[in-house]
Write a protein that binds this ligand. Structure first.
Ligand SMILES: Nc1nc2c(ncn2[C@@H]2O[C@H](COP(=O)(O)OP(=O)(O)OP(=O)(O)O)[C@@H](O)[C@H]2O)c(=O)[nH]1
Length: 301
């Protein structure tokens, strides 16, 4: 047994952890192993724990542990926590427990295990998580956005239309649809080049997006065609929105080309049809607007 005690003493002394014993009354370190002595200084035994670990660390952990004892030291479970030492810039895992000392008095055993590598790993991991989450959000955004105009793309418009259809069937919420097409847009490209055409589309997109309510959805349906979903809107109101947008385009000063007009087809979902029927009817209304001279809104109920 003596041999075993010696063995334990050697292990405790040589183990590469900060291991020391503190007197609960005075807060004084009464024992420190080799690693503690070489880290905190040969003369740390006899000094106060709070003094050895300034910056609140030592006193904070020691005091909080003392308070947790509630007078019943035997029943107190070991306290595990993490502690950052400002002076040495080290992170420690701290374990504190109440022990009976050789003279029968009660002491605190404190074990500090340096965990800088673990903390670095945790930091790297959380940064990597944040980067992945950011990238995912970017990808999600890109998957539903048109690159030129930054409006929703056709794929996302399809999803919005499906969603509105569900709301219509479930809650009988009406919704209307506008299709917008830039008039004689081919001439813009032919006369001024594709790049100018692109700039015109970007301006158009902005006029449409800023001319509707936040609850409406504007997207690029394809080419120089845009689609606007107006939830909880009947056809009469939809036609008014379309007319307002038509006028704002008509009055806008576009770069290079100056003036351009647009035609609108407006329709409202009926109870007995699907999305395809709805879009086809909006298209037919648009065709009518083109046929009747462009720069106008046509409505089909
Ligand atoms: N610059 C540019 N042009 C596009 C884009 N997508 C489609 N277009 C052009 O839009 C033009 C559409 O022409 P048309 O379908 O003949 O229609 P339009 O000239 O607007 O005539 P109407 O619709 O009858 O008034 C074509 O010249 C397409 O090349 C785009 O992303 N950028």
């Amino acid at each position: 047994m003596r041999d075993f005690d010696r063995f334990l003493l050697t292990v405790v002394y040589d183990i590469p952890l900060l291991l020391f014993v503190v007197d609960p009354e005075s807060g004084e370190i009464v024992y420190a192993n080799q690693h503690t002595r070489s880290t905190l200084g040969e003369h740390c035994v006899g000094r106060s724990f709070a003094e050895v670990f300034p910056a609140g660390g030592g006193s904070h952990y020691f005091v909080s542990y003392t308070q947790r004892q509630d007078g019943d030291q035997d029943a107190a479970p070991p306290l595990r926590s993490e502690y950052y030492d400002d002076d040495s810039e080290n992170w420690y895992h701290v374990l504190q427990r109440s022990i009976e000392w050789a003279d029968g008095s009660s002491k605190y055993l404190i074990l500090l295990n340096e965990i800088n590598a673990l903390k670095r790993l945790q930091k790297d991991l959380s940064e990597a998580h944040a980067a992945v989450a950011f990238k995912n959000r970017e990808l999600e955004h890109a998957a539903k956005t048109d690159r030129l105009t930054h409006l929703y793309n056709r794929r996302h418009l399809d999803a919005i239309l499906e969603q509105e259809m569900v709301r219509f069937r479930r809650f009988c919420k009406p919704f209307s649809l506008l299709i917008v097409d830039c008039d004689r847009f081919k001439q813009v490209n032919d006369q001024h080049g594709h790049q100018v055409g692109d700039i015109v589309l970007v301006h158009l997109a902005r006029l449409l997006a800023t001319g509707v309510r936040a609850t409406d959805t504007v997207g690029r349906w394809g080419g120089e065609e845009f689609l606007i979903v107006l939830p909880e809107t009947h056809l009469r109101s939809a036609a008014l929105v379309a007319e307002k947008l038509r006028q704002s385009i008509d009055q806008h000063e576009f770069p290079v080309i100056g003036h351009i007009t647009s035609s609108f087809g407006a329709t409202e979902l009926r109870g007995d049809e699907d999305i395809k029927d709805l879009v086809a009817r909006a298209d037919a209304a648009l065709y009518k607007a083109k046929h009747n001279g462009r720069n106008r809104v046509e409505v089909m109920s």
